[in-house]
Design a protein around this ligand. Sequence first.
Ligand code: MD3
Ligand code: FE
Length: 212
Amino acid sequence: MMDLFSFDQPQRLAIAEGAMLLGGRALRHEEALLAALDTVVAAAPFRHMVTPGGFTMSVAMSNCGRVGWVTDKGGYRYTSEDPQTGQPWPEMPAVFAALASEVAEEAGFQGFEPDACLINRYEPGAKMSLHQDKDERDFSNPIVSVSLGLPATFQFGGLSRSDKPRKLPLQHGDVMVWGGPARLAFHGILPLKEGQHARLGRNRINLTFRKA
Ligand code: MD3
Ligand code: FE
């Protein structure tokens, strides 16, 4: 249960140099975010993409913004159209863009204007193996992530795959900002546990805001 104070003054936790957790920071926008999410995924439905190695991802994905992140047998890249519909990705909802840029500023990154939002949907059992986000042009821009729905265990390591990862629980409404030296840290999500969320049922949704 969220107490009365954390809603207005989210707990700020420095996770690493350049990385900050703002606990519950998205809760004040919960209904607006979920309504906007419904609009986006009505136009660009969740789908399980295939990695360049030929594996189907357990996480289902969609995107909004000027460009969206995709993977297929040809590799990882940003595209301006949804390959499934041939249409431009849905516009980034104003509530998404405003939250991303506000929290980036709260974490010390001024002027963050994301042009891509990758939307990940985890059902129980879905996971994301340790990886780096390296498909963007300019790593001086942070990445902002928003967790919604079922809780998950986030793993983050260092700049080398062999650095032993630490674990951090993520809850509905938590926001993280990854910039500076943390921007290229290895990270992942352990297999989601079974559960029911009041607003999102058997799902965890993660939004990652990027400047492609
Ligand atoms: C640290 N998503 O979409 S969000 C991804 O919860 C991704 O769905 C996870 O990793 C998820 O690429 C984790 C937290 C996150 C996102 C991007 C990062 C942490 C990061 C980029 C660099 C370092
Ligand atoms: Fe990532």
